[in-house]
Design a protein. Structure first.
Length: 151
């Protein structure tokens, strides 16, 4: 992939260039991706997420090389994949999208143990895996909420 394509994907089609809360802006792109996966059975959603995960690690790593800065705030492809992980545990509904969005952002910002250590991984792995971890935490919270509160 050329440098322009890497930047375009890494920045979430430009959402990562937002001067205010670029990670939150980038996470918004996760919503239409979830909606595109709406008609798919769960195992195909999982396959899409795994393909996007591999792409995210590659793109984030290349973008870090291009920007010459560790986990540059313009790189939001990690938030996009992290949100996809969050939504794997539940049916995609408007309520679940909103709740998952908030939970993912909380876990992504707070980075509870051991997520904070995942940023030390090299290249794209370090950029992406803490967000995947935040997605796992938020996904578990979503699963518990939907199991006990039936929303």
């Amino acid at each position: 992939m050329n440098e322009k394509a890497i930047k375009f994907l890494a920045c979430g089609f430009g959402l990562g260039l937002s001067p205010i809360a670029p990670g939150t802006a980038g996470t918004l792109l996760g919503i239409p991706i979830c909606l595109l996966c709406l008609p798919l059975p769960w195992f195909l959603r999982l396959l899409v997420v795994l393909v996007l995960l591999a792409l995210s690690i590659y793109v984030a790593g290349r973008a870090e090389e291009i920007y010459r800065k560790k986990d540059d705030q313009r790189i939001v492809i990690d938030e996009i994949i992290g949100f996809q992980v969050t939504m794997l545990t539940v049916t995609i509904t408007a309520t679940h999208l909103c709740t998952g969005f908030v939970l993912f952002r909380i876990f992504d910002i707070l980075k509870p143990f051991p997520l904070n250590n995942l940023q030390k991984l090299p290249g794209g792995w370090g950029i992406v895996m803490d967000d995947v971890g935040a997605g796992i935490y938020a996904g578990v919270a979503m699963l518990l909420l939907t199991s006990f509160m039936k929303f």
